[in-house]
Design a protein around this ligand. Structure first.
Ligand code: ATP
Ligand code: MG
Length: 406
């Protein structure tokens, strides 16, 4: 579906905003600290019920709103394109109970006026967001890459999102038990641990297989994009590394190959992963109790970016890392479009200025092939006059939007 209108009340530095998106491409220009990223964040938030950068709901509520007796924020998106229009709403209201005088906000999601859960947003407004700091996907710690896989899958697959929530709950419980066993000097754990093992293995195997399948699709697509971007000089490969499948060298290799081949619903290999996961836990029993935490499972997995077989995190130049990030994002658009049967809305935040001619061209080609994109920049010079002419051009100034009349 297309985003037709965005309305914000008290979101970040937008006290009040109503903005229509009549053209496929919207360009938002603005100096630093005017609200460009805030606007893209609002759209991402509506699409996924999560902010890509805030850690609490409170952070996104306009500071001035805190002076009001009942501070709140409201985000609304009007979508068009399917048989009937859809309205997504997120409302943040201050809760009565506060901790240490810090106000807490509760989040309510509505679809067409009816209260819904976060899962219900899946499929309404798929988005791909590309931020300048996304290079951290290549250079940063593994947790960021796991979050990326989870966020991408949660937009495509409600079942994955539910399994992920259940898995985190089980992991917390199991870790608490392991800490308890350590304190009591019980190295075996017994029945209680076996109960949590079974849950961890069942849920964790589903996550592992689904992530590996996504990665195999992203790998293929990113490899193709990267060949174009690097003029065929380098080969990029993405690899999912999992303690479960890497544990047993021979079986692990075989399984890794099997998982790479998965396209479509990845159910076939869950049984194999379940068996390996359980074996792994049995072998790690004493170490897990000694550590007081779970040492095996998708919460420890990672993704590697390889160029000509070498790890880009350790050996890549800045330019190579940036190109790999761009290839990944282009792949994400393609894979998401294919899986959901509709291309995602592309949100590009101030990334043109970092790209050289060839890479910029690749991105502009992509923009012309997808139905909707919103692109921010500090300089109009980032775009050719012809490109600007076909887009809706807006300027962001201190939380307000001004139309540029060409
Ligand atoms: P840059 O080009 O530097 O990336 P930007 O236009 O993307 O700038 P934003 O990140 O959107 O800037 O932030 C705009 C302003 O919003 C910042 O000055 C920031 O301090 C302010 N801001 C952030 N959170 C809130 C909030 N909760 N309430 C009010 N203002 C906020
Ligand atoms: Mg910004």
């Amino acid at each position: 579906m297309r985003l037709q209108r965005l309305s914000l009340t008290n979101f970040r530095n937008f006290a009040r905003l109503t903005l229509d998106f009549p053209r496929p491409i919207t360009l938002l220009q603005g100096d630093n600290a005017q609200g460009k990223t805030n606007l893209l964040e609002a759209i991402y938030y509506l699409a996924t019920s999560r902010s890509p950068r805030a850690s609490t709901e409170r952070e996104v509520v306009n500071w001035l709103a805190f002076k009001e007796p009942l501070p709140f924020a409201r985000l609304e998106a009007d979508l068009a394109g399917a048989d009937f229009p859809v309205k997504l709403e997120i409302i943040l209201t201050r809760q009565a109970n506060q901790t240490n005088n810090v106000p807490r906000f509760s989040k309510q999601i509505r679809i067409n006026g009816v209260a819904r859960r976060a899962f219900d947003l899946v499929g309404h407004l798929p988005v791909v967001l590309f931020l300048p700091q996304d290079i951290h996907l290549v250079t940063g710690p593994p947790a960021g890459r796991r979050r990326y896989l989870d966020a991408t899958l949660c937009q495509m697959d409600t079942a994955y999102c539910r399994t992920l929530m259940d898995y985190s709950r089980v992991l917390t419980q199991r870790n608490a038990l392991l800490r308890d066993l350590r304190e009591r000097g019980n190295r075996q754990g017994g029945e209680q641990l076996r109960f949590w093992d079974e849950q961890l293995v069942t849920l964790g195997s589903r996550l592992t297989v689904r992530r590996a399948a996504l990665l195999s699709a992203l790998d293929e697509e990113a490899n193709r994009q990267h060949r174009v971007l690097s003029g065929g000089r380098e080969r990029l490969r993405l690899r999912y590394t999992s303690g479960i499948t890497d544990r047993l060298p021979a079986a692990g290799q075989q399984l890794a190959l099997d998982l790479e081949g998965i396209v479509g619903p990845p159910s076939a290999d869950v049984d194999q992963v379940v068996a390996l996961f359980q074996e792994g836990l049995d072998a790690l029993r004493r170490r897990e109790v000694a550590a007081g935490m779970s040492l095996l499972g998708p919460h420890r997995d990672d993704v590697r970016f390889l160029s000509e077989g070498r790890d880009l995190q350790a050996y890549g130049s800045r330019g190579q890392q940036r190109t790999a990030t761009l290839a990944l994002k282009l792949a994400e658009v393609a894979v998401m479009g294919r899986e959901l049967g509709q291309p995602p809305l592309l949100l590009l935040d101030d990334i043109m200025s970092e790209l050289d001619g060839a890479r910029r061209q690749a991105l502009l080609t992509l923009l012309s092939s997808i139905p909707q994109a919103i692109v921010t920049a500090t300089d109009w010079e980032d775009f050719s006059p012809a490109f600007r002419a076909q887009a809706r051009q807006l300027r962001v100034v201190e939380g307000r939007i001004e139309e540029i009349v060409a």
